[in-house]
Write a protein that binds this ligand. Structure first.
Ligand code: TA6
Length: 285
């Protein structure tokens, strides 16, 4: 499918469709995936009804690409500038797209390091389960060492926050962003009855799952290249504080974000490339 202009916001996007009928929409702005639906049209990712589709503003939902910085882990604005910048289309097929950001080093005076960031999105199928694979690669095209943190800040659509548990993190050390980065150890599944904002460190690449007792569905989160995983639900106060997020929308979303965060920053020598990926598997009831 060629690049199309979304009539509602005038922004360029690609609409990917798998052989089985799953659909994903990827904006050139930020190489931002804003939706992933199964073949029945069910939303598997969350995007706020109040999301602002007006560059350079990052879109609230889907998968913001956080690079060359995650959060406040560096001198740049929150989550770096890749999610606020338009990518070029390198390649596309019916069910995949590859986009690239060729940063020349003047995007932010605090980051005078040129790089190329490639983002590839691929829809697939694993038995009856639709899959979503996203690969990122950062190549240092400059003459100096560059360091970065990063995340694929994925917003999952869930039945209700009280219905979900995240497994696969038992015993994993995390830093609690709500407690000044205090190091803690996860005991059992992660459940949600308040704001949660945690960076889990050195997380196994497979085994993290979101189980939704409301729908009976399970999301499997597989990753590579990203050592950490961020778990975030804004809960009531933070939801009310975000203009591009509905006050009640915290109930229908959960972020699990493969990241180079607490285990970073990573460093790239001139000419060196780092790559990371996530593969999401949606198993309906
Ligand atoms: O995902 C964790 C986090 O760093 C939270 O602290 C919260 O700020 C969230 O990202 C959203 O950040 P944003 O800049 O998109 O509002």
């Amino acid at each position: 499918m060629p690049v199309v202009v979304d009539e509602s916001n005038g922004m360029e996007k690609l609409v990917l469709k798998s052989e089985q009928g799953a659909i994903a929409e990827v904006y050139l702005h930020g190489a931002h995936v804003v939706s992933w639906q199964d073949a029945t049209g069910k939303d598997l990712m969350f995007t706020s009804k109040q999301a602002i589709f007006k560059p350079p503003k990052a879109i609230r939902g889907g998968v913001p690409v956080c690079f060359p910085q995650f959060g406040q882990l560096g001198p740049l604005g929150q989550h770096g500038f890749a999610r606020n910048t338009k990518f070029d289309l390198l390649q596309e097929t019916a069910d995949s797209a590859t986009l690239v950001l060729k940063a020349v080093g003047d995007e932010d005076e605090k980051y005078p390091y040129p790089f190329e960031l490639t983002v590839r999105v691929q829809l697939g199928q694993q038995g009856d389960a639709p899959t979503f694979t996203q690969e990122v690669a950062a190549n240092n095209t400059g003459s100096e060492e560059m360091s970065f943190t990063a995340a694929l800040h994925t917003y999952f659509k869930i039945s209700a926050i009280g219905n979900v548990a995240v497994s696969g993190l038992d015993g994993v050390t995390y830093t609690d962003s709500l407690q000044g980065g205090q190091r803690m150890q996860q005991s059992g599944d992660v459940i949600f009855d308040q704001e949660v904002d945690r960076i889990y460190l050195a997380v196994p690449d497979s085994g993290v799952q979101i189980s939704d007792s409301g729908s009976g569905a399970v999301f499997e989160v597989h990753k590579a290249g990203f050592p950490d995983a961020v778990v975030w639900n804004p809960w009531v106060a933070k939801a009310q504080a975000m203009a591009d997020f509905g006050d009640e929308e915290y109930k229908e979303m959960l972020c699990i974000e493969p990241a180079v965060a607490g285990s970073g920053p990573y460093k790239l020598a001139p000419g060196q490339t780092w790559s990371g990926s996530q593969t999401l598997v949606y198993k309906a009831a």
